[in-house]
Every structure is written in C-alpha cells, then in structure tokens.
Design a protein. Structure first.
Length: 276
C-alpha cells in the first residue's frame, strides 16, 4: 500500500488542521503521525519504499484516498523527483499563506520553543534569501512559493496539484474542505466540527524558568536542546505575538513583491492584499 495523495506544505499554513479533518473523513486514511518526511530525510529515504509502505499498512482496503502530510516537501530540492519516481500519479495539496505572516508565525513558534536566539530584526538581517537550502530554517525562502510550484510542475501535470490559500481556510472552511474532498474523489458533503477548530493555538508556559528564557532569547544559545523540555512545565496560557515593526514589514513587502507577482499570475488573482 502506497499513498495516492500528499499534503506537501506549506509550514504554518493550515496543514495541521487539514491533516486532522482528513483523518476524520470515512473514505480517507492517513497515518497517526503527521510529518512522515520520508522524501527529504535521508535517514528515512535510504530505508526504501517497503519502510515507507509500513505507514500505510493499516489502511482499510476500501479507502478511496490514502495519504500523508509533510509540509517540508514543498521546498526541499530533492523531493519532487523522489515523489515522482515512487508516486508518479499522486495528487498533491499545497496551502499557501501570506509569506510575511507565515515567516513571522514560524519565527515566534521557534521563539516559544526556545530554539531561536535572535530577534526578528536580526533574523531579517541574516536570513533574507529567496531559495531554500536544506539544514536552514528558511523563514523567508519558504514563502517564495512559485519557484517550488514550478519545480513540481516539471514532474507532474498541473491538474494533479491543488494550491489553496490559507485565507480561504480561515474565512470559508466549508468551501476550502469541499474543494479538497472533490480533488481527492471522496464524499464532498462530509462535515465535522474539526473544520472550524484550531489545532495549533499559540500558548506559553507559566513558570519563571521558561519565562526568563523566553524573554531573553539570546540566552537560549547556552541551553542544550535536551534541556529545553525541562522548562516546559506548569499551566499554559494563550499568547499572541506582538505586531511586526513597520520597517521590517516594508522590507519584506519589497522582498516578496516579485515572487507574489508571479504567484498571482499562477492563480490569475490579485495577491497585493493577502487574506490574514
């Protein structure tokens, strides 16, 4: 058993919500694990297709759609060819989000996990590049969507790639999921309360140790990854990250302008004002 569809991205663009909803559809099978990451993690890929098939062995024989969700697939340079080689007829789903909002969300997600020692201004100074390189966080390169879409279209027909906007998921979830179900050939009228649920709400831990590191990000350089989890204790409270500095927002607007223009041509829509 191999999958016939993949959610290939994008990170911080609603893939977790999509994963949970699809797992509830009675005609869809997805493994419990999100982010299998088979096609770009070398230690997994070298284990071969039999290893990969193990994730889908529990799929019922009458499942119409069998798939997995690994948001890193969209930008890794080796992934399109590898997917095409093993799954030449697979249908691929990509969600895209305002790239500035996506990058800022990723940054604060890493800050909340105490894995980012830089301020956002420092990140803009050192990491503002258009092309993703494996091993880097890719705060900004992950948002130059059109170059990755074009790379995939070298291997698959356009009708096998569904590109959806994050704003539709937020503002019209019924329409968003209906399009996904139709694309996968499953019952488009299926409905679940999960369609309007939030699966990745931002929250922080309420303890002194965590708060100290969270408010002094540069000090996390000296906090070994194995020790970070020991600061994650106590109650958690909802948290909203602060607004971005205007000068940084303007700089990112200029950076993404040509990439968004090309993506707008792909959509045949005006993307000058992305949905939040």
């Amino acid at each position: 058993m191999l999958p016939n569809f993949l959610i290939i991205g994008s990170q911080k663009s609603g893939t977790t919500s999509l994963f949970h909803v699809l797992r509830q559809h009675p005609q869809v099978f997805m493994p419990e694990r999100k982010e299998v990451n088979f096609f770009f993690l070398q230690q997994k890929y070298r284990r071969g297709s039999e290893y990969y098939q193990g994730y889908f062995a529990p799929a019922p024989p009458d499942a119409l759609a069998v798939g997995e969700a690994s948001p890193g697939y969209i930008c890794h340079p080796d992934t399109p060819a590898r997917i095409h080689q093993l799954l030449p007829n697979a249908r691929l789903i990509l969600t895209v989000r305002n790239p500035i909002d996506r990058a800022y969300s990723q940054y604060w997600d890493n800050r909340r996990s105490l894995s980012e020692p830089l301020t956002f201004a420092q990140v803009v100074d050192v990491a503002l590049e258009p092309t993703y390189h494996p091993g880097r966080l890719g705060y900004f390169s992950r948002g130059t969507y059109i170059q990755y879409i074009q790379r995939y279209l070298e291997y698959i027909p356009k009708e096998n790639l569904l590109v959806l906007r994050f704003g539709e998921l937020k503002h019209s979830p019924g329409s968003f999921y209906r399009r996904v179900f139709q694309f996968l050939g499953v019952d488009p009228d299926f409905h679940t309360p999960a369609m309007t649920a939030s699966f990745n709400p931002a929250a922080v831990w309420e303890n002194y140790l965590y708060h100290w590191f969270f408010t002094h990000p540069s000090r996390t350089r000296w906090l070994p990854a194995k020790l970070r989890r020991f600061t994650f204790f106590g109650p958690r409270t909802p948290w909203q990250y602060p607004p971005m500095e205007d000068r940084l927002h303007q700089k990112l607007l200029e950076f993404y302008r040509p990439w968004n223009a090309k993506l707008a041509e792909y959509f045949s829509q005006d993307l000058s004002s992305w949905d939040r």
